[in-house]
Structure formats: structure tokens, C-alpha cells
Design a protein around this ligand. Sequence first.
Ligand code: ZN
Length: 69
Amino acid sequence: MGQQTITAVHCPNCGSLAERIYSSSRRQTRTQCAHCDYLMVTGEGGDNLVRVVESYAPGIVSRSPVAVR
Ligand SMILES: [Zn+2]
């Protein structure tokens, strides 16, 4: 059985609220953002090095610039 710890974080890509899920059984941390599809999976090696297993960062969705009035 794997235990998961979910932490609320800010997405490094778009700054929205994302979630970081740590799986103790896999020793992997998964950060995912529902707002921009950002994904980052890192795994801990036996030597305390953290390796990127998988990452995906979409381009920041272009939004209409805030009109300055
Ligand atoms: Zn995001």
C-alpha cells in the first residue's frame, strides 16, 4: 500500500493553485496543475539525489492583457 501526501502549492508555470502529491511507496513527488496542465514528477534516488522522472510545462496560455483604463 502506498501512502500519499497531498500539499497545495503554487504552480511554477502559471502561478495558480496546484497540488503536489508525494508517494512514499514510489518515493516520487508529483506536481500537477489543473489550470495549465503543468506536470512534474521527481523521484528520490538512494543517494539522496532527486531526479526528474517526467516533466511537462505547457506554454503559458496567452490571455487578453488587462486593459488599462
Ligand atoms: Zn499551472
